[in-house]
Design a binder for this molecule. Sequence first.
Ligand code: NAD
Length: 345
Amino acid sequence: MRATARLFSQVSKAASPRAHTTAFIGLGRMGSEMAYNLFSRTLVESDGNSHFVVCDAVVDAARAFSDNLTAQFPGANIQVVETPAEAAALSSTIVTMLPSSPHVRQVYSESYGIIPALLSLSPDGQRSTLCIDSTTLDVQVAREIAAEVHKSGATMVDAPVSGGVAGAKAATLSFLVGGTEDAFQRTSPILAHMGKKIIHCGPSGAGLGAKICNNLILGVQQIVVAEAMLLGQKLGLDPAVLAGVINSSTGACWASSVNNPVPGALATSPPCTRDYEGGFATSLMLKDMGLATEIADAYSTPLPMGEAAENMYADVVTQVPELAKRDFSSVYRYLQLSAERKQVA
Ligand code: NAD
């Protein structure tokens, strides 16, 4: 069946439960954990009277998610769809968790996207629809898309997250929400299924502004922690002793106390203990540094440390491409390799 025909047949089939249906689009490292918590908790809360729709550019990722949910909750009513338009036609709550701006534009604005589907709904259907985008993307792009969604009669908030994959899994994320007070009140109970702190940062785009400022600090700190840990070892310090000193002194920060880049420095198991697998990809941190420097440029705000950090992450992914998908604390590995090269030269 052609996609449009399938879309309309599903709209009519699902007309009554749309109000009880939640869609999740983007089931990657973060999205799959968040959707699992959202769906499983919504199921329990609604006493089984809820429907779910999942969509991912990699259809097998959506199928695997659906299979896993039904294995855990045999009665769960979950449907895999191939386009965001189908998801929007079937669901009154739509959560998106995508890599960045181009993907969000594609999912919302292009043909087979959410906005064209919203425009084909009844005024009631449009008014009842809530879009929550948790992607970290460009503030201006997010504001433009939210304005388009609002024009259709639906509501949208930006709700990027802090807390990483571990926070997504444990449902302890912090959500930084941008939107009207009404939209925030409507969104909070949904986000509470996936996170612990839900902060209303201001109007549309404010959640992203807060997220980008936070990640600017994080990206810079992770580099300087890697520099200090490498230098300390060259000076003969044991990494566990050095990390203990930093973490109980004025250099203490998340990059050192939770995401320390040196195996054995902490008693816990940060990504460096798994060869930097999992965690927050270096390529995503590079993207976030770019978001910070671009918006700073647009607002004539100097960002010398942010620019230096952006260049450093760009060097990591171009010079050691296998680190692009590894946790961004692998910048330490990059510095180690640079030090080895210096010694040889
Ligand atoms: P990811 O790359 O693992 O997941 C993104 C998913 O979106 C993938 O499954 C991909 O197939 C899907 N996708 C891409 N384009 C699509 C499209 N057009 N239609 C449908 N699906 C599409 O990324 P992630 O690590 O889950 O991160 C998602 C977002 O969360 C990013 O903006 C990132 O900056 C932010 N974030 C990530 C972390 C982290 O620790 N990973 C922490 C905080 C915030």
